[in-house]
Write a protein that binds this ligand. Structure first.
Ligand code: HAM
Length: 417
């Protein structure tokens, strides 16, 4: 037997129902904030992610599914959505008359990470990206919709960490300070960090190796190096979050594993997720569009891991897959009428199932129970002769005799569940 690829999951049953409901809820809420959906390709040119996410990030260094197509072009299965949205926006020259654009996407992403609980190689993200707004109102817009989404789903066990990474003016000073700090601790660094220390010492802050983590407590903090503009931006953001009653914790260790960020970065963690505790993450990335050869566009966005979100949804009561009707057909002569009834009901908007093997009455009723039918219609030869069917309410157990003609007259549409 051929098995699925490690870290690539099949989503079915309850999880698939929750997935669908989540998607509808996300769409419903994002519409309130006026986000427009964009469905982007899964494959992009490798260069987009190399230049967008950064060559010395974990994602680009070790996690991308990259291959050459039959034409010899290097392609990559998208590891994230932000670089693609920026590519899309510039390619279609959408930034013209409208100076303020908001998009969302929902779809699979691919990273060759070591699979474990909450960490997959194919996972799904829902993300938003806001373009054209240098003011922290962009952050407020994105963070407020995120908080509302989490509250509507009923996820409360979260901590919202924020930090500022400064800008091209103040970050070099911080990088220098970090470099000096780690310079005489070389033997305490993992191999990756020894290399990264020279190219981008910021990467050392979020290195997952325990060896490197030990040094971090005493490392210099970016917030002590912010220039006035970045400091004001960060202060203004915090005031706006207070205004909306959004609680947060400042955390200088949040530097994000992607290179495109400047100023605001944030992560939402939940202890219930275990080791992979990040539920959602994002930040400002004012340079990315220009770096990718496009418009000079300030931007802010986030993405959340759908599988991680689903794993936090414990209330299963809302997610049962009930059907409206099960039609029990007894005897040869009831088949024609039965099949017609089924077709009518389905086209009137009811979910209907029946036993295509036409088993015994007992087994058909058992199936009706198993499929959680709300009502069962029983049609036997006797009922056909009398022009009726038996309608059984499966919850209350009550039965009533209904004229088949009522179906054709459309009276059944009045049945509500
Ligand atoms: P990210 O932190 O790489 O950011 O991913 C965002 C979220 O995707 C994570 O917080 C996590 O919930 C989920 N996630 C990431 N990797 C995996 C995995 N291997 N298995 C399961 N879930 C995973 C980004 O992707 C940025 N593009 C976010 C962003 C949007 N920044 C600005 N705009």
């Amino acid at each position: 037997m051929i098995h699925s690829i490690r870290g690539f999951n099949d989503i079915y049953g309850k999880e698939s129902v929750i997935f669908q409901k989540l998607e509808s809820l996300l769409r419903e809420i994002l519409k309130l904030w006026n986000f427009k959906e964009v469905r982007l390709p899964i494959l992009e040119k490798t260069e987009l992610f190399q230049r967008g996410i950064g060559d010395d990030t974990d994602i680009v260094e070790k996690e991308m599914y990259t291959f050459y197509d039959r034409n010899g072009e290097s392609l990559t299965m998208r590891p994230e959505g932000t670089a693609s949205v920026v590519r899309f926006l510039n390619e279609h020259k959408l930034y013209g008359s409208d100076r303020y654009l908001k998009f969302f996407y929902i779809g699979p992403m691919f990273r060759y990470e070591r699979p474990q609980k909450g960490r997959l190689r194919q996972f799904h993200q829902a993300g938003i990206e806001i373009f054209g707004l240098p003011h922290p109102l962009a952050e407020l817009e994105g963070i407020s919709v995120l908080q509302y989404i989490l509250s509507r789903i009923g996820i409360t066990d979260t901590t919202f960490y924020i930090n500022s990474l400064g800008c091209d003016l103040c970050r070099p000073g911080y990088k220098e300070a970090l470099f000096s700090f780690f310079d005489n601790k070389e033997e305490h660094l993992c191999e990756d960090c020894k290399r990264r220390k020279i190219k981008n010492p910021l990467r050392l802050i979020d290195c997952k190796s325990t060896k490197c983590q030990e040094n971090l407590e005493k490392a210099p903090k970016i917030t002590d190096f912010l220039c006035n503009n970045c400091k004001n931006h960060f202060d203004e953001l915090k005031n706006l979050l207070f205004l909306y009653n959004i609680s947060f914790e400042e955390n200088p260790k949040i530097v994000r594993g992607l290179d495109y960020y400047n100023r605001t970065v944030f992560e939402v963690h939940s202890k219930s997720l275990g080791a992979q505790s990040a539920l959602c993450a994002g930040g400002r990335y004012d340079r990315l569009s220009k770096d990718l050869g496009g418009f000079d566009l300030p931007a802010f966005g986030w993405a959340m891991g759908i599988e991680r979100l689903i794993s936090l949804i414990t209330d299963s009561s809302d997610y049962s897959e009930e059907i409206d009707f099960f039609v029990v057909i007894i005897g040869e002569s009831a088949k024609k009428e039965g099949l017609t009834v089924i077709d009518r009901l389905r086209k009137a908007g009811y979910s209907v199932e029946y036993d295509t093997f036409f088993g015994s009455v007992k087994s058909q009723l058992r199936r009706a129970d198993k499929l959680k039918a709300k009502k069962t219609i029983i049609l036997g030869e006797d009922e056909i002769k009398r022009g009726v069917f038996i309608l059984k309410d499966m919850k209350e157990g009550k039965e009533e005799v209904v004229e088949i003609n009522k179906l054709w007259k459309g009276d059944f549409v009045k049945w509500s569940f």
